[in-house]
Design a binder for this molecule. Sequence first.
Ligand code: HEM
Length: 141
Amino acid sequence: MTPKQVKAIQESFAKVAPISDQAAAHFYGRLFEIAPAVKPLFRGDMEEQGRKLMSTLAVVVNGLSNLEAVLPAASALAKRHVDYGVTAADYAPVGAALLWTLERGLGEQWTPDLAAAWGAAYTVLSEFMIGEAYGRSIAAE
Ligand code: HEM
């Protein structure tokens, strides 16, 4: 990720932050549409879950320019997800649902460059999390 991409991600996320409840609802709606098998893994209150997701994403997005600082928390988060029943393969539809949500939320401000930047950021983060939770060999597949 280039510094320019980091800036673009942070600025775009700031635009969806004011509508984060709505964005989270769209995100889960889309996720359960493209990956219905993960729905039973979510047992808690979905509004609460949406808020946790958006606030954690905010921490990660703000930490992108100094990724090392957020990696320990991302590692612990990834390991907790193993207990929630999440598999390495589940990270791909979650990434797709996230990008879809951002595209929807940003409308005309969603550009191919921004899509590439978000795609790169999610790839870095999810490969790291998968590696931490399931081992490097799975993350490399
Ligand atoms: C960038 C990646 C992700 C982030 C930032 C994230 C964030 C979170 C947060 C903040 C929580 C609250 C509990 C905790 O802190 O341990 C949570 C729970 C959970 N996440 Fe994620 N998550 C990510 C990836 C995924 C993926 C790939 C799945 C797969 C379907 C998933 C499914 C779940 C489930 C099932 C729970 C527990 C829900 C419940 O107890 O009802 N997450 N996630």
